[in-house]
Ligand binder design. Structure first.
Ligand SMILES: Nc1nc2c(ncn2[C@@H]2O[C@@H]3COP(=O)(O)O[C@H]4[C@@H](O)[C@H](n5cnc6c(=O)[nH]c(N)nc65)O[C@@H]4COP(=O)(O)O[C@H]3[C@H]2O)c(=O)[nH]1
Length: 740
C-alpha cells in the first residue's frame, strides 16, 4: 500500500496539521526526550492483561523488541517530520498489525492508553502551563489522528486484498462455484465463477440474476433448484441434457450460508462436470455385463438372470434355456479371418435379438455360443417357436467382407424344472440337446432327453481323452495300398489315423476327427499324422521298401491355416522326408468353401513339391470353372459312387464323367472303396488310374503292409491277381505304360 505526497498533504490539511504544530512539538522535544521510558512498562503491562493481546506478546524478548520500536515511534511522533517516509513507516507498521491479527478495536484501545500516557508526559514537559500545553496537546492530537487514519487504511487495504485474493482463487478454480439467494421459488443466482459458465456452456455473467441455474425451461437445471428447495444439502449427482441432447453429469456440493441471525440467507454450490467419469463407469459396468462385440448380455449378466429365473422357478414360474451354437463357425473364422468371423457374430446376434422378446435374455456366452433364457407362461412352446424363428432368421446368407456367408445353427432346449432345477444341470442339458441337434445333421433344434445326457457325457469323456491321446502315444497310422489299375503295381498308400483307446479299443477317425475339429486340436493331430507318415516313408526307403508315395489327409481347418505350407515343410524337413513322397488329400467341400483362397493355398503347397488330391470328389458340388483353377494332381472318386457299380447306370455315368474330366484337366483318378472284382473291372475299363479298397487290402499297420508287400513279391510289383487295363494311364500326374 502506498499513499503519495498529494494525498498526505490533503490529509494533513484536513487535520489542520501545519508547520506551526510541527514546530510546537519540536519545541518540547528536549523536555519529552526519554519520557516514553516512563510509561512503556506500564503500557505493556496493561496490554498483557487481555488474553488476546497477551498472546501477541509471548515472551520478554518480543516485549523488549516492541519497547524499542515504541521508543522509535515516540521519537518520530515528536520529531515534526510527517512526510512520505513517516507515512510509509506508519503504513508498514499498520500492515504488520493487520497481518499478525491485531484487530482495529484493540489497536485503537491501545492507542488511547498510549495517548493518555503521552498527554501526561506533555503536561509535565510544558511545566503544567495550560497555555504551553494546549498547542502541544492540539499538535499531538493531530499527528495521532493522522496515524490512526493511516492505520485504519491499512486494515481496510488488508481486508480488500484478502477478498480480492479469494475472488481470484474462486475465479481460477476448475470447480464451478455459485451463490444463490435462499429466496424460493427461484433461488436467483448472485454469483457464478468462470468455471460454472464453462461447465454449463453459458456466457459468463449470463446466469446472474436468473433463477438458479435454470436458464431455460428445458435445460434440466431446474434439478438444482429442486435440490435447494428440498434442502438436499451436501453431495448430489445431477444430470441434464445439453443443447445437443447429450447427457451431462454434474456433481454438486451444496451448503446453506447463514446470516448473523442463523437463518439461511444464501446457498453456496460447488459443482463439477463428472460426465467423463460417469461415462467411464458406465462403460466399465457395460463391459462387466455385456459382450463388447455384439452388445448382448455376457456370461456374467446371464448367470445373474438365470439365478433370478431359478429363484422365480421355486415359486412355480417355469422357464426354458435354449442353447445356440453356430454350425462350422470355426471354419468361417479360420478360412476368412477373424474380421469376417466377428462380422458374422454381430449379424447373427442382431438377427437373433430381433426374434426374441425383450423379456427374454439373449446372451453370448463365448465364441459362437449363445443362449436364450425364455421366461413366463408357456416357456417350452415359446422356446421352440423362438428356436424355429432363429433358424429362419439365420437362413439368408450373411454378407461380410463382400462375401455371402452361409450360417446355420444347432439349438438345444432344456426346461426348468423338468430337465434340471439348478444352473449347472440346465446348462449341461441344454448343451447336450444342442449337440444332439448337431449330430442330427445341424441347422436344427432338439429338446433335451435323458439319453442325450448319457451321450453327452460319453462325448465329454471322449473329448478329454482325445486331448491326451497324442501325448500318451495312443494314435497310430494304418496304411491302405493304392494300386495302379493297369497292372496292380503299388502306386502308393493312404495313411489313415486310428486311436487305440485303452478302454474303447480302436476308435474310428469318423468318430474322433469331428471332435478334434470342434475342440480345436485337429491341427495337432494332423501334424502328428503327417510327421509319422513322413518318418515311416524315410524308414521304408532306408530299408529298401519301395512305397512310391503316401497320401495324408488334411482337415478343412488345417487347410485354412495361413502358414500351412511352412509348417508342412518344417515337419517334412524334421523327418528328413522329401516333399515328392507326400500327397495331401483335401476334401472337395473344404476346397470349395472359398475357392480363390484354396487356389492360393494349394499353389503354395504344390510349389513346395507336394502332390494334391481332391478327396471325396463328386460330393461337394464343384463347379467345373472353379475346379480348373485349382492346382490339383489327383481326383479321388468318392466311394459312394463306387459302391453300386457296375449296376447303377447313374454311378457308372458319374465315374465315366469324372475320368473324362480328369483326363481333360490332366489329372489322374483314384477310385476308393473298391470291394468287388466287378467294380475293379469296371473302374479299370473306364480309365481310373489307381484303385483303393478292401478288395486289395484293408488299412494295414506298417508291419502288416510290409508283410502284404512281401507276399506280393515286392513292393511295386504288378499284382498277379489284377487284370490289366489296356490303356495308357497317368499315375499321379506321371504317365506310365501298362504292361501288355
Ligand atoms: N466301405 C469301405 N471303406 C473303405 C474301403 N477302402 C477304404 N475304405 C475306408 O475309406 C476311408 C478312406 O478315407 P477317407 O475318404 O480319406 O476318409 C477318412 C478321412 O476323411 C478321415 N481321416 C482318416 N485319417 C485321417 C487323418 O489323418 N487326418 C484327417 N484329417 N482325416 C483323417 O477319416 C475318414 C475315414 O477313415 P477310415 O475310417 O480309415 O476309412 C477309410 C478307409 O478305411 C472299402 O473298400 N470299403
Amino acid at each position: 500500500m502506498r499513499i503519495d505526497a498529494t494525498e498526505i498533504a490533503a490529509r494533513k490539511a484536513f487535520l489542520e496539521l501545519t508547520e506551526t504544530d510541527a514546530n510546537c512539538l519540536r519545541a518540547i522535544r528536549e523536555q519529552l526526550a526519554g519520557a516514553q521510558h516512563g510509561f512503556a512498562d506500564g503500557f505493556y503491562a496493561y496490554l498483557r492483561q487481555l488474553p488476546e493481546l497477551a498472546a501477541l506478546l509471548p515472551d520478554a524478548a518480543t516485549v523488549a523488541r516492541l519497547k524499542q520500536a515504541h521508543g522509535r515511534y515516540f521519537d518520530s511522533l515528536i520529531e515534526g517530520e510527517y512526510g512520505e517516509d513517516y507515512v510509509a513507516e506508519r503504513l508498514r507498521v499498520g500492515m504488520t498489525h493487520a497481518r499478525i491479527g491485531l484487530t482495529p478495536k484493540w489497536y485503537v484501545g491501545a492507542f488511547r492508553k498510549y495517548l493518555s500516557d503521552m498527554l501526561r508526559a506533555t503536561w509535565r514537559a510544558t511545566g503544567g502551563e495550560a497555555e504551553a500545553f494546549m498547542p502541544a496537546f492540539d499538535a499531538l492530537l493531530k499527528v495521532v489522528m493522522l496515524d490512526l487514519g493511516l492505520t485504519l487504511d491499512t486494515y481496510i487495504h488488508a481486508d480488500k486484498r484478502a477478498i480480492a485474493l479469494r475472488d481470484r482463487a474462486i475465479e481460477s478454480s476448475v470447480n464451478g462455484v455459485f451463490i444463490a439467494t435462499a429466496a424460493p421459488p427461484d433461488y436467483r443466482l448472485i454469483y457464478a465463477n468462470a468455471a460454472l459458465s464453462h461447465i454449463l456452456g453459458s456466457a459468463p455473467g449470463a446466469m446472474i440474476g436468473k433463477p438458479c441455474l435454470c436458464t431455460s425451461a428445458e435445460d434440466g437445471f431446474a434439478v438444482i433448484r429442486e435440490a435447494i428447495a428440498e434442502g438436499r444439502n451436501g453431495y448430489t449427482t445431477l444430470s441434464r441434457l445439453r443443447a445437443d441432447r447429450s447427457r451431462q453429469w454434474i456433481e454438486l456440493f451444496l451448503a446453506p450460508v447463514r446470516s448473523d441471525t442463523g437463518s439461511v440467507s444464501h446457498y453456496v454450490g460447488v459443482l463439477n462436470d463428472v460426465t467423463a467419469r460417469k461415462d467411464a463407469e458406465a462403460q466399465l459396468a457395460f463391459l462387466a455385463h455385456y459382450d463388447t462385440l455384439t452388445g448382448l448380455p455376457n456370461r456374467s449378466l446371464f448367470d445373474d438372470r438365470l439365478a433370478q429365473a431359478l429363484a422365480r422357478a421355486e415359486r412355480g414360474e417355469d422357464f426354458a434355456l435354449c442353447f445356440v451354437d453356430l454350425d462350422r463357425f470355426k471354419l468361417i473364422n479360420d478360412s476368412l479371418g477373424h474380421g469376417a468371423g466377428d462380422a458374422v457374430l454381430v449379424e447373427v446376434a442382431r438377427r437373433m435379438a430381433a426374434v426374441c422378446r425383450s423379456a427374454d435374455t439373449l446372451a453370448r456366452l463365448a465364441g459362437d455360443e449363445f443362449v436364450i433364457l425364455v421366461e413366463g407362461a408357456g416357456s417350452a412352446e415359446r422356446a421352440a417357436a423362438i428356436a424355429r424363428r432363429v433358424l429362419a432368421a439365420l437362413a439368408p446368407p450373411v454378407v461380410a467382407q463382400g462375401r455371402d456367408i452361409d450360417v446355420a445353427a444347432s439349438l438345444g432346449i432344456a426346461l426348468c424344472p423338468v430337465d434340471g432345477a439348478d444352473a449347472d444341470t440346465l446348462l449341461r442339458n441344454a448343451d447336450a440337446a444342442m449337440y444332439a441337434a448337431k449330430a442330427a445333421g445341424r441347422n436344427t433344434v432338439r429338446f433335451y432327453d435323458e439319453a442325450m445326457n448319457r451321450r453327452a457325457s460319453q462325448r465329454l469323456a471322449l473329448e478329454t481323452d482325445l486331448r491326451r491321446a497324442v501325448a500318451r502315444d495312443q494314435l497310430v497310422l494304418v496304411y491302405q495300398p493304392q494300386l495302379v489299375a493297369a497292372d496292380g503295381s503299388l502306386a502308393g498308400v493312404e495313411a489313415l489315423l486310428r486311436w487305440q483307446h485303452p478302454e474303447r479299443g480302436t476308435v474310428s477317425p469318423l468318430d474322433f476327427i469331428p471332435i478334434a475339429e470342434e475342440v480345436g486340436i485337429i491341427a495337432e493331430l494332423g501334424e502328428w499324422a503327417l510327421g509319422e507318415a513322413a518318418r515311416q516313408m524315410v524308414d521304408w526307403r532306408r530299408r529298401g521298401i519301395d512305397v512310391p508315395r503316401v497320401a495324408v489327409n488334411l482337415s478343412a481347418r488345417q487347410f485354412h491355416d495361413a502358414d500351412l505350407a511352412e509348417r508342412i515343410e518344417a515337419i517334412l524337413a524334421e523327418a528328413g522326408a522329401s516333399a515328392e513322397w507326400i500327397e495331401l488329400e483335401i476334401t472337395e467341400t473344404a476346397a470349395m468353401a472359398h475357392p480363390s483362397d484354396a487356389a492360393q493355398a494349394l499353389e503354395r503347397l504344390r510349389d513346395k513339391g507336394l502332390q494334391i488330391a481332391m478327396d471325396d470328389f463328386g460330393t461337394g458340388h464343384s463347379s467345373l470353372a472353379t475346379l480348373c483353377k485349382l492346382p490339383l494332381n489327383v481326383l479321388k472318386l468318392d466311394r459312394g459312387f463306387v459302391h453300386h457299380l457296375p449296376d447303377s447306370d447313374t454311378d457308372a455315368a458319374v465315374a465315366d464323367a469324372v475320368v473324362t474330366l480328369a483326363c481333360r484337366l490332366g489329372l489322374s483318378v483314384v477310385a476308393e472303396g473298391v470291394e468287388t472284382e466287378a467294380q475293379r473291372q469296371f473302374l479299370a475299363d473306364t480309365g481310373c488310374d489307381v484303385l483303393q479298397g478292401f478288395l486289395f487290402a484293408r488299412p494295414l499297420s506298417a508291419a502288416a503292409l510290409e508283410a502284404w508287400l512281401a507276399a506280393r513279391g515286392g513292393s511295386s510289383s504288378p499284382s498277379p491277381a489284377l487284370g490289366c487295363a489296356s490303356v495308357k494311364v497317368e499315375q499321379h500326374g506321371q504317365k506310365i505304360s501298362a504292361p501288355s
